[in-house]
Ligand binder design. Structure first.
Ligand SMILES: *Cc1c(COP(=O)(O)O)cnc(C)c1O
Length: 367
């Protein structure tokens, strides 16, 4: 049977049917109804964040998060190219200019020692990414943001439920985006959220995701439509009941990989700080081809021949994507470029069997 890089977690049909019953009775299917509010409050509790606004997906959450600040068009946002295309697109689609900072070779998050050199009088924000659930150096980033009067807006799409020094990751910076896409640790089919502290953002985000409508006859903003509907919220309520169990299962899978792939010359596992309570969202391995004797793509292809579909994630780096060709210089982010060429994300999901993990590791090690 095929093994893919991920498999969505989904509660039972019976449970979902029970959860959507009230929607059929009220006929209220969207526009921040009671099921939306129930999920919103459950997530505020679960994530340990002060405020949360739910969206139809993480990408639009990121765009509307940026829009909240009314940055002048053409302003610069310091970010990294080692991310999913969404982060860079959100900046560009909001009329802002991404300025790419390189990443750390150990945990693939933004290299904070390189941020300040990139700040100009056009810089308005830093948008770092909690890659694979690794938490950026949030303290150093806050310090830089404070000293230069910049906003810190995190792409926390990978970091659902992750804690740093026992604090929910959504508490850091001005905003933190979560993605609830079907492939993430927690899902609402499609969905996402922005966590924040400043209560004033709640109303603004609410309006931005509802066309900018302020009152019956008053449209204050050029908003869009990014509302999480009641059916997706209901799926979230069901799935949230299992998220701890699923993270515990992922942890066992990760432990098995660690056991089988540690201390192999040329294979570098992710370096996770002791301060982080992980969610085991991904299992990336870095293949140093010189030392290993094979390239990342050799391993990727061998797995694929055996019907095991790992993913070159993230590849290419976003400053090397076709749509941005000629706009950025990838030589300026050499670590991100190198990592994008050498990292492979192995299959990782709650229901992945340990026998499958053994099979995958055997194939990786069979040179
Ligand atoms: C999934 C993801 C997004 C986008 O989230 P959607 O909910 O799919 O719109 C953004 N950034 C990163 C790093 C992601 O992995």
């Amino acid at each position: 049977m095929s093994i893919f890089v991920t498999q969505s977690s989904i509660a039972s049909m019976e449970e979902y049917t029970e959860e959507i019953r009230s929607i059929f009775e009220s006929k209220r299917m969207t526009n921040m109804g009671p099921v939306y509010k129930k999920l919103q409050h459950q997530l505020i509790d679960y994530l340990g964040v002060p405020e949360l606004s739910l969206f139809v997906n993480g990408h639009l959450a990121l765009e509307m998060g940026l829009q909240t600040f009314d940055f002048p068009k053409g302003s610069e946002v310091i970010t990294t190219p080692y991310t999913f295309v969404s982060t860079t697109h959100a900046i560009v689609r909001q009329g802002l200019v991404p300025v790419f900072c390189d990443i750390n070779p150990c945990d693939y998050t933004i290299d904070v020692s390189k941020i300040e050199d990139l700040i100009t009088d056009q810089t308005v924000a830093i948008m770092p990414v909690h890659v694979y659930g690794n938490i950026c150096d949030v303290e150093a980033i806050q310090d830089i943001a404070d000293r230069h009067g910049l906003k810190a807006i995190y792409d926390g799409a990978h970091a659902f439920g992750v804690k740093y020094k026992d604090v929910g990751v959504g508490n850091f910076g001005d905003m933190c985006m979560y993605s609830f896409h079907a492939t993430k640790v927690f899902n609402t089919i499609e969905g996402g959220a922005i966590a924040f502290k400043n209560k004033q953002y709640q109303m603004r985000l609410h309006e931005l995701k509802n066309f900018g409508i302020h009152g019956e006859d008053c449209v204050m903003d050029v908003g869009g439509n990014a509302k999480l509907d009641e059916f997706r919220a209901a799926m979230g309520i069901c799935n949230l009941r299992y998220v701890d169990e699923n993270i515990a299962k992922r942890r066992i899978v990760a432990g098995k990989y660690d056991e089988l792939l540690s201390n192999i010359p040329g294979i570098k596992l992710m370096n996770v700080s002791d301060y982080i309570t992980q969610n085991y969202a991904y299992y990336p391995v870095y293949i140093a081809s010189q030392e290993y004797g094979e390239s990342r793509d050799d391993v990727y292809n061998r797995l694929a021949k055996n019907d095991i579909h790992a993913r070159r994630y993230f590849f290419p780096a976003t400053n090397d994507l076709d749509c941005y060709k000629g706009k950025f210089e990838i030589q300026k982010t050499p670590v991100a470029h190198d990592v994008s060429l050498n990292v492979l994300c192995l299959p990782m999901y709650a229901d992945l069997g340990l026998d499958d993990v053994e099979k995958i590791c055997k194939l990786i090690l069979k040179k």
